[in-house]
Every structure is written in structure tokens, then in C-alpha cells.
Design a protein around this ligand. Structure first.
Ligand code: GLN
Length: 537
């Protein structure tokens, strides 16, 4: 730790959702980290789910899994990818978790005699939870960024806004900073950028007792000094602290764009901490490489949640990272495994350079995924199966190579004659759904002279899990006789990686490599998948 006390930066959002508050937060985090400060980020979500694990990815986007097994909001993935640093469960606070803790304390008798209320009990719990994240890997951080989910003015977020207001009073206004991210809409009929929604949203924030120090203005169109002056005047924020945030070719350019506007200096100045010019040269190099890439490959993602891009966010990003590393643009073609006919699937897979079957739950769309694995195997099209995708690869191999008629997973056919994917006895005893899967990073032991070993070039790796079902070890011998290689196992003998020795790249992994990939450090599995494709085409 460089600073004597931890400083806090609170990021709120106004006007509407989907402004990219997560990217703004992560970019500011990166600027500060690149100055040598120890940084951590917390995401506060106002929903009543205890964690994101029970939410449908189709509504809320992917469930991101932390190293220590937290099922969290996808913004934590953005933080990890920008900072190239692990986030832990403590980085995710939900209203559900806060209320659950308070109610448990009440039942234990911790508040005996008191009337338990939103203020102070819920707000105190929020503050305690925020403080917990100042300890990162047993060491205090210099700066903690706290992103408040939702939009200022929402009923749900009021206790959180109130908590951070109290927080600033307790730690001293000079030790914290409020950043408000808003939208400047463009009206084409009058060719104007409008600042009024921003003025109103700041007024709302002030009503709740918070005066922002910095305003980040998201806009699809560039705007002039005049608009900046107007925003400054109406919101009482210095002009240098009104920051432009226009759409950029890649989100990874945002930190560089903020640097150009000297946001780093403004933050240091307002927090009264030493400014050291952030070194973003490695990031800049990656972006420069990306900008001159001409070759393009197409990967089909065959899944169920294909209508909403955020459902596979980390996979999207991991493919992008691996693409830059191998100097190709990766175009993603989403294939709805439920709605696409077998003939169409055949046609699509014939045209793409690689196939990826991602994770998922439930039987809908399973046969389409199995067919895509079959075509990839038969036509030697590079294939990567992730979690459910690995299970699909196993089912297809069992049915069509090992002649195990109607082989299946117990998840999709509880009466199948050949349960090549089954459930461990411990899991069978689990009835509740929240947080009960095999979760988080676990050690994987790799077998030498396999594709997996050549990918990781070491004997032990840690990757993150989120699943209930496992490859059934009874079927290992018959799979091996038919050419499947089992190249990675967990410490207690669970199958982690399978690879088809007949194919250039047909690999299935029971874990989620996409959760450990950043632009500076692409995940080896994705890297090798893309590399093989570039070598073939
Ligand atoms: N539904 C499968 C299981 O629970 C796969 C889970 C996943 O893909 N994350 O094992």
C-alpha cells in the first residue's frame, strides 16, 4: 500500500442503463493501477437475488464466476479483463446479500431490542460490505472503486446511494470522489446534443445528498466546449471534470481516451494523491495491432441464448483477445441450436472456420448442439466445447463413434441407457439451487504429450467451474479405445479435458476458460483454438 488510508471512488449512473458504467469503472481502475496504486473494484447490484447465479442469462447477461467461486454480475468480468487482476466474492454486493445478512443477524439476536430498519441497519451493512473489499489478497488497497448498479432515481438503489452518502461523511469528503456517468442524447430532428437529462439526473443525485465531482458523458456524437460549459454550470462540476465518452472501435480504447482528456490528473488532483503518468504502452500496442488486422475468421457459437450478446460476454471477449494475439479479426456467427433446422446447421457449419459450443443448462436445443459437434468431427472443423459444450462433445462421440445408442446426459434424459454424463453422489443430495454447483477455480492436472499439455505447457493449471454434471468415468475405457484422449483431471479424478486425437483441434473442457482471459493475457485454450484455425485456412 502506497497511501496512508484507502481512498474511495463511487460511480453512479444516470438517465438510463447500458451506458457502459462497468467499462468506465474498469478504465478508471486501470488508469490508477497503471500509476502503481493498489486497486480493487466492487459492484453493487440493487436486485434481491443473493447472487447472480439464479438469474437467466437471457435477461441479465452472463453469470461471471470469480476465482473463489462467486456467481456474480458480468461487470466483474470487465474489471478482470481491464485490470488483468482477479476479483473475489467480496467484489459483488447485492441487495439480496445485504438483506439476507441483516435478517440473519436479527434472527441471531444481534440487534436485540432494536427496530431493524433500512437506515441504519441496511445502510450499515452496505458500508461494512464495501469496507471488506478494501482487503485484497490480505493486503489493503490504496483505492477502492465502487460501482452502483442501476440508475439514480430507481427505488431499489436509494438505500445504496444513501449508504455511500453516509460513507463520505464518515471517511471525510477529501477521501472520496463521486463520478456520475450520464447520457447526452442526440436529436436528429434539430441536430442537437441535449444536456437536460444530465442536468436532471445530477439534480436527482443532489436531492439524495451527493454532489458529483466528475461527470462522464456518454454520447453517440461528439460535442463542443459549449456543451461542456453548460453541463459544468448546471451541475456545479469543474469544466476539466466533464469528460467525453464517445463510442470507440473497441472498449479497450476507453482508458487511452480518458488519458487524452487528463482524467487521471483530475482524479489525482481531486483525491489529493500523487500523480504518476500511467504506463498504458502494452495496451496501446494491442490496440495498434488490432487496428491493422485485415484477415478475418468466422466462428459459429451454437447455443441457446444467442439473441442477447451479453449472455456469452466473456467468450466474446476471450475470442477477441485470442484474435489480436493471432492477428485475425474474429467474427462471431450466433446459431440458435433450438430454432435452426438440421439442414441449416449443416449449411452454416460448412461455411465457418470453427465451432464453439458454450456452457448452458437444460435440454432445449441440445440435439442441434450435438449435430454441430458431429459435423465438426466428421469434417475436421476446429471445435471447442466449453462445459456443457464438452458434455455435448462426449455425447456425440459416444453415440456416433462408440456405438452407444442414445447415449446422453442424465440432465437431459434421466433414464438413458448410457449416461456418459452423470452426477456425483454428493450433488444428487443437493436440493437447493443457489450456489450449490461445483464452483470456482480448481486444480487441473494435465497429461504429458497431449494437446492440452502443449496448450498450457505445464502440468498443473487452475481454471474456473460452474456445473453439476460430470463425465462418467465408467465410460473412459470405451472412449479411449475409440481414440478419445483424456488429457486433464481434477485432483480427485474428475474428467476436465477431452480431446479427439483424430482431429486438428477438437477439445472439450469441463471448465470455463473464458473467465480467465484478458487483452494482455489471452487464455491459452482460446489462443490455441484460434491459432489452429489460422494455420488451417
Ligand atoms: N448443465 C451442465 C451441468 O450442470 C453444464 C453447465 C455449464 O455449461 N455451465 O453440468
Amino acid at each position: 500500500m502506497k497511501l496512508d488510508t484507502t481512498k474511495y471512488i463511487f460511480i453512479t449512473g444516470g438517465v438510463c442503463s447500458s451506458l457502459g458504467k462497468g467499462v468506465t469503472t474498469a478504465s478508471i481502475g486501470l488508469l490508477l493501477k497503471s500509476m502503481g496504486y493498489r486497486v480493487n473494484i466492487v459492484k453493487v447490484d440493487p436486485y434481491l437475488n443473493v447472487d447472480a447465479g439464479t438469474m437467466n442469462p437471457y435477461q441479465h447477461g452472463e453469470v461471471f464466476v470469480t476465482f473463489d467461486g462467486g456467481e456474480t454480475d458480468l461487470d466483474l468480468g470487465t474489471y478482470e479483463r481491464f485490470l488483468n487482476q482477479k476479483m473475489y466474492k467480496t467484489s459483488s454486493i447485492t441487495a439480496g446479500k445485504v438483506y439476507k445478512n441483516v435478517i440473519e443477524k436479527e434472527r441471531r439476536g444481534d440487534y436485540l431490542g432494536q427496530t431493524v430498519q433500512v437506515i441504519p441497519h441496511i445502510t450499515n451493512e452496505i458500508k461494512e460490505n464495501i469496507k471488506e473489499a478494501t482487503l485484497l489478497e490480505n493486503e489493503k488497497v490504496d483505492i477502492l472503486l465502487v460501482e452502483i448498479g442501476g440508475t439514480v432515481g430507481d427505488i431499489e438503489s436509494i438505500p445504496f446511494i444513501e449508504a455511500i452518502r453516509q460513507f463520505s461523511l464518515e471517511i471525510g469528503r477529501k477521501n472520496c470522489l463521486f463520478i456520475h456517468v450520464t447520457l447526452l442524447p442526440y436529436l436528429s430532428s434539430s441536430s442537437e446534443i441535449k444536456t437536460k437529462p444530465t442536468q436532471h439526473s445530477v439534480a436527482k443525485l443532489r436531492e439524495l445528498g451527493i454532489q458529483p465531482d466528475i461527470i462522464v458523458c456518454r454520447s453517440e456524437k461528439d460535442f463542443s466546449k459549449e456543451e461542456i460549459k453548460k453541463i459544468s454550470l448546471f451541475t456545479n462540476v469543474e469544466e476539466r471534470a466533464v469528460i467525453k465518452s464517445l463510442n470507440l472501435p473497441t472498449i479497450y480504447e476507453v482508458p487511452l481516451y480518458y488519458l487524452e482528456q487528463e482524467l487521471d490528473k483530475t482524479i489525482c488532483n481531486l483525491l489529493n494523491i500523487q500523480h504518476i503518468t500511467p504506463d498504458l504502452s502494452s495496451l496501446k500496442k494491442k490496440i495498434d495491432t488490432f487496428k491493422v488486422i485485415e484477415d478475418e475468421i468466422t466462428i459459429a457459437i451454437v447455443g441457446k441464448y444467442v439473441g442477447f450478446r451479453d449472455s456469452y460476454k466473456s467468450i466474446h471477449e476471450a475470442l477477441f483477445h485470442a484474435g489480436i494475439e493471432n492477428k485475425v479479426k474474429v467474427k462471431i456467427l450466433y446459431v440458435d441450436s433450438e430454432k435452426t433446422s438440421p439442414d441449416e446447421i449443416r449449411e452454416i457449419i460448412d461455411k465457418v472456420d470453427g465451432v464453439l459450443v458454450p456452457g448452458g443448462f437444460g435440454r432445449r436445443g441440445i440435439e442441434g448442439k450435438i449435430l454441430s459437434a458431429q459435423i465438426s468431427r466428421e469434417k475436421n472443423i476446429p471445435f471447442l466445447g466449453i462445459c456443457l459444450g464438452m458434455q455435448i462433445m462426449a455425447i456425440e462421440f459416444a453415440r456416433n463413434v462408440c456405438d452407444l445408442n442414445k447415449a446422453n446426459s442424465l440432465e437431459f434424459d434421466p433414464k438413458t441407457q448410457h449416461p456418459v454424463i452423470s452426477m456425483l453422489d454428493d450433488q444428487k443430495r443437493v436440493i437447493t439451487k443457489g450456489g450449490t454447483m461445483r464452483l470456482g477455480a480448481q486444480k487441473i492436472i494435465l497429461k504429458k504429450n497431449t494437446i492440452a499439455f502443449s496448450i498450457y505447457t505445464k502440468e498443473e493449471v487452475y481454471e474456473r467451474h460452474r456445473h453439476r454434471y460430470e463425465f462418467n468415468p465408467e465410460y473412459i475405457p470405451i472412449f479411449e479405445e475409440n481414440g478419445m484422449v483424456f488429457s486433464g483431471f481434477s485432483e480427485n479424478g474428475l474428467v476436465e479435458i477431452i480431446e479427439n486425437s483424430e482431429n486438428a483441434f477438437m477439445v472439450g473442457v469441463q471448465f470455463h476458460p473464458e473467465f480467465q482471459s484478458s487483452i494482455l493475457d489471452p487464455n491459452p485454450i482460446f489462443n490455441s483454438f484460434i491459432k489452429t484455425i489460422t494455420e488451417i485456412i
